[in-house]
Design a protein around this ligand. Structure first.
Ligand SMILES: [Zn+2]
Length: 435
């Protein structure tokens, strides 16, 4: 027995990253901890690097005490314990949680056995099967799903491309409009999955899009919203990273950009926006999860998204921008770059955010914390919200961190997709009725 343990220890040290038969990292034996620390972020990050630990997220915590969620590989556990941090275990075995997340299921297509609601038969009949929302899916299936959503709403929508990724994939989205006709109203613009591992975000953004189409003809709030605003929705703005989470490493966050100056791969697209770019909460280290790039706006994804935003701004303007993230259950308003700067309409934004949180909580009791990014969660210079607020001129520029608060984190079980979508939909309907 002892001999077997020693052998497996030697094996795990020799191959730091274990993969399954499909070449995907297994995360066998990884433990997830919530660490309470007074260390500043960069000091803590360099400790993580020495442990080959994965930086999941961090925040000020509700008591004002800073905590980090980290995943520690089995071969570094002893070294981590020796650092003597105060830490809670969030997950005993990350591989077991990955199993609970469920396998990628094929696209069910238009052949429905599972119509969602009481909405108009014609809209429901044209839409994809709602069992889509019972599981996570491969990237190619997301593209097919989006095409079928568009086909279900042929006179009021078209597919859009908001740029091209580093590896050459289109940033594929959908544009929806109401009775005023295409492109006649101010924009509501949504980005999902900028962080590759945040799989719940594209599913929820797709759910909201589905509900918009399903309910346009029978819900007065939805109809008024779509008649007064053009929706531009890009469920997966980081397709390269997303594909990488499905083929290689589930917990990958950044894009997949390589640079001649470093062997490290990936830039955090959400620290790369060319506004207040070189500040706190973004890293100059290419290996960091929050690496901001060599220059402001130097990721291809950012270039495309920025040009798309510029066109909306110079068109009918942007009423509402939301960057959908997970996890933590937050509704966040500007700014990320500074804890003292306030947007001119910050009291309106913050009260709308708080009430949107209450509308979400009415459904299942899921509590969202609301407020400005920097003071509520953490400093994050070069994020999309600050750019949309001050450069693109959005009236409301939010980031929403979806479920959960850390137990499952990025690997949210598939049976939470639908409730996450349903509660977000109620929050959005509140917002549209009151903004
Ligand atoms: Zn994120």
């Amino acid at each position: 027995m002892k001999f077997v343990q020693i052998l497996s220890l030697v094996a795990s040290l020799a191959t730091a990253i274990q993969v399954d038969r499909q070449g995907r990292q297994t995360y066998n034996g990884y433990k997830v901890f919530r660490v309470i620390t007074q260390d500043d972020s960069s000091a803590f990050e360099s400790k993580l690097e020495s442990l080959s630990a994965i930086d999941l997220t961090h925040n000020h915590g509700h008591t004002g005490e800073q905590h980090f969620d980290i995943a520690v590989p089995p071969e570094s556990l002893a070294a981590f314990y020796a650092l003597n941090y105060t830490a809670d275990v969030l997950a005993e075995d990350l591989a077991a949680d990955l199993a609970l997340e469920g396998e990628l299921e094929p696209y069910p297509g238009l052949d429905k056995s599972n119509i969602l609601t009481t909405a108009s038969d014609a809209a429901a009949a044209a839409l994809p099967d709602a069992s889509w929302f019972n599981a996570y899916h491969a990237y190619a299936d997301h593209l097919t799903f989006l095409q079928d959503l568009q086909a279900a709403f042929p006179s009021n929508s078209e597919l859009i491309t908001a740029g091209t990724s580093f590896e050459g994939r289109d940033l594929q989205g959908i544009h929806l409009w109401g009775s005023g006709g295409k492109g006649s109203k101010p924009a509501i613009y949504w980005h999902g999955n900028v962080h590759a591992r945040e799989w719940i975000t594209s599913m929820v953004v797709e759910y909201l899009t589905y509900q918009l189409i399903l309910n346009y003809s029978n819900d007065t709030t939805v109809q008024a919203t779509l008649d007064n605003y053009d929706f531009y929705i890009v469920p997966i703005v980081n397709p390269d990273g997303f594909v990488y989470t499905q083929t290689s490493s589930r917990l990958w966050r950044k894009n997949r950009q390589t640079r001649s100056s470093t062997s490290a791969v990936g830039t955090d697209i959400n620290r790369n926006w060319p506004y207040q770019w070189d500040g706190e909460g973004s890293s100059t280290s290419p290996g960091s999860e929050t690496y901001r790039g060599e220059a402001a706006g130097d990721t291809p994804e950012n270039t495309g998204l920025r040009e798309y935003a510029e066109a909306l701004t110079s068109g009918n303007g942007i009423k509402l921008y939301i960057d959908w993230h997970s996890y933590g259950q937050y509704i966040l308003t500007p700014y990320g770059y500074s804890c003292t700067a306030t947007a001119p309409n910050s009291s309106k934004q913050n009260s709308l955010a708080a009430n949107t949180g209450s509308a979400i909580a009415k459904v299942y009791g899921t509590q969202f914390t609301t407020g400005p990014i920097c003071s509520t969660l953490y400093a994050a210079a070069g994020g999309s919200n600050d750019y949309f607020q001050d450069v693109a001129g959005a009236e409301l520029a939010w980031a929403i961190e979806l479920r959960d608060t850390g137990r499952n984190g990025f690997v949210l079980p598939a049976n939470q997709i639908l409730p996450s979508g349903i509660e977000a939909w109620e929050g959005m309907k509140y917002l549209w009725s009151n903004f």
